[in-house]
Design a protein around this ligand. Structure first.
Ligand code: PGA
Length: 249
C-alpha cells in the first residue's frame, strides 16, 4: 500500500506573520491526519518553517532548486542549502517554472538529479496545456516529460521521488480534472514506469494537482492510481488544507 502524501505549494504567497498563524493551525490540526503532509514554501520562509515544524509530523520543502551544486549562479539556491534547512522535498518542473521561466525538460531533469544527489526527494511535476489536451496529446506530453527525467536519472531515480500530475488548465483555474480524467493519466504514468520496473511502479507515489479543494479531494484520492495531492490555493487556508489531508485518510 502506498502511503498518501498531501503537499502544499504556497507559491509566492505568505508573510512571516501570516505563516505563523497558518503553521500553528496546521500543527494543531495535523494530529488527526494519517497521510504524509508537507508544505513547499518560498525560500526566505524556510528558517521559520524549520523552527516551527521541527519535531512535528509535518515535513517541508522548496518550490524549485538549482541544477548546480555551488558556484557563481547569482540568485540561485542549491539543494545542499535546502537540506541545511531541513527540507525533505523540492518541487521540480512545476508548470509555472516551465512556462513562465522557460524551464525545459532537460533543465528539469538536471534539477531532479541535483535535488536527489543532495538527499532531497524531488516532486516531479508533469502536465499538459489545454491546447495539448484538446489536440489529444495529453499522454504523449506527460510521457515525454517523464522520459526526459528517466533518461538522465535512470529508472532508479524514481525510487526516492514523487511524481505529480498537474494538468496546466486545472492549475489555479477552479477547473479540476474529473477523477476519471486524472486516473487515466495517472495509470498511464504508472504503466510507463512499470514497463521499465514493475516493482518500482507499484511503490511510486503519483499526486494529482490542479484546483484540489475539500469538496473534490476525497473523490480524486479514491482513484486507484492517485496517491495524494499537490495543493496550491487551498494550501493557504488551514481549514481547507487540513480537510484535504483528512480526505486522504
Ligand atoms: P492550485 O495549484 O491547487 O491552486 O490549482 C496547484 C499547483 O500549482 O501546484
Amino acid at each position: 500500500m502506498r502511503k498518501k502524501l498531501v503537499a502544499g505549494n504556497w507559491k509566492m504567497h505568505g508573510s512571516l506573520r501570516q505563516n505563523a498563524a497558518l503553521l500553528e493551525q496546521l500543527k494543531f490540526g495535523i494530529a488527526e491526519v494519517q497521510c504524509d503532509v508537507a508544505v513547499c514554501v518560498p525560500y526566505p520562509f524556510l528558517a521559520q518553517v524549520q523552527s516551527v515544524l521541527a519535531g512535528t509530523q509535518l515535513l517541508w520543502g522548496a518550490q524549485s532548486v538549482s541544477e548546480h551544486e555551488s558556484g557563481a549562479f547569482t540568485g540561485e539556491v542549491s539543494a545542499a542549502m535546502l537540506r541545511e534547512f531541513g527540507c525533505c522535498y523540492a518541487l521540480v518542473g512545476h508548470s509555472e517554472r516551465r512556462s513562465l521561466f522557460g524551464e525545459s525538460d532537460a533543465l528539469v531533469a538536471a534539477k531532479f538529479v541535483a535535488a536527489q544527489k543532495a538527499g532531497l526527494v524531488p516532486i516531479l511535476c508533469l502536465g499538459e496545456s489545454l491546447v495539448e489536451r484538446e489536440a489529444g496529446q495529453t499522454k504523449a506530453v506527460v510521457s515525454r516529460q517523464l522520459r526526459a527525467v528517466i533518461d538522465v536519472a535512470g529508472i532508479c531515480g524514481l525510487m526516492s521521488a514523487v511524481v505529480a500530475y498537474e494538468p496546466v488548465w486545472a492549475i489555479g483555474t477552479g477547473v479540476t480534472a474529473s477523477p476519471a480524467q486524472a486516473q487515466e493519466v495517472h495509470a498511464a504514468i504508472r504503466a510507463q514506469v512499470g514497463g521499465l520496473d514493475g516493482e518500482l511502479a507499484t511503490g511510486l507515489r503519483i499526486l494529482y494537482g490542479g484546483s484540489v479543494k475539500p469538496q473534490n479531494a476525497a473523490e480524486l484520492f479514491k482513484q486507484a492510481d492517485i496517491d495524494g495531492g499537490l495543493i496550491g490555493g487551498a494550501a493557504l487556508v488551514a481549514e481547507d488544507f487540513l480537510a484535504i489531508c483528512l480526505a486522504a485518510n
